[in-house]
Design a protein around this ligand. Sequence first.
Ligand code: M6R
Length: 365
Amino acid sequence: ELGGHAHYMLKEIREQPETVTDACRGRLIRAEGTAHFGGLNLSPRQLRRVRRVVFAACGTSWHAAMVGEYLIERLADLPVEVEYASEFRYRNAPLDDRTLVFVLSQSGETADTLGALREARRRGHPTLAIVNTVGSTIAREADGGIYLHAGPEVGVASTKAFSAQVVVLAMLALHLGRLRHLSFPDGMAVLEAIESVPALMGEVLKTEAKIDEAAALMTQARNALYLGRDIHFPVALEGALKLKEISYLHAEGYPTAEMKHGPIALVDRETPCVFVAPKGSLHAKTLSNVEEVKARHGTIIGVGTEGDEGLASLSDIFLPIPEAPEVIQPLLAVVPLQLLAYHVARRRGCDIDKPRNLAKSVTVE
Ligand code: M6R
């Protein structure tokens, strides 16, 4: 079943180009420069009335939702809030009748996410689910939704489900954007960017040996910082979660510039800092943050755009991803972080597919 891969997690990381292809199948409509979903059960007219989107999820699904927040704000100009399902379900969160509630879950069985869905439905909101497991409780109870079609995910550390969720959210942002102000050419540019993801992910997967070299630098560390700006902030959070879960190293994800407000106190020779910094609008500012860490002798692992000499020269190890439009960069940048966590855990002799204290699906509250 492992098909020559040492662990399910590794197999699932390497499967991601196909995962993305499967999640997009039949959903990208070139003639209209948009994406389409069969199961939303809401008409274009109903969707146009939406004024606000709330995402509720846990763990990696929560990180994917945060990428979705950036995408929907950017492409559809709609306010989005991302809530931990366990908090949302017990709060007095004001929701007006033009708020669309989505829950996201790989398993479709996470107790708090199901609780959030039930609470939103009880209040009379149309409640949609982005789920991987067909026929799961969340899929059955939602008013409509989007399946990921990622196939079974066995490794406790979620990888391919994250990519499937992010690409579905990119398509959702495109769909909502095209119902509003996004023009056909702008929609088409996003569509083509999405179509290019599988091949570009394949390029990133070829750099695994280099990523393993970076892992060697982190194996003895006790703490690591993961830093990213804008759409890469949630990617940094996801990288840190992967490392914690399977290698038992403490890691924190932070917005890059927020580092100066506390976490920089942790930086010394023994603290690797992973900068998720593909080229984008704030790149120059990020490079000055990297310099601040360098001045404090922190080990720098830079995940950036191929050919970025600025970041490469500041990094102890530079992990390149191909040049790509910003909206799809998270799908490329997450891959080195997944492989980094994997190889650190492997080097530390950890039980990668079944990390201690964790279960694949968290059905207790
Ligand atoms: O099945 P779900 O997506 O609802 O699961 C949510 C979290 O329990 C899950 O993402 C967890 O954080 C993973 N172990 C992360 O790798």
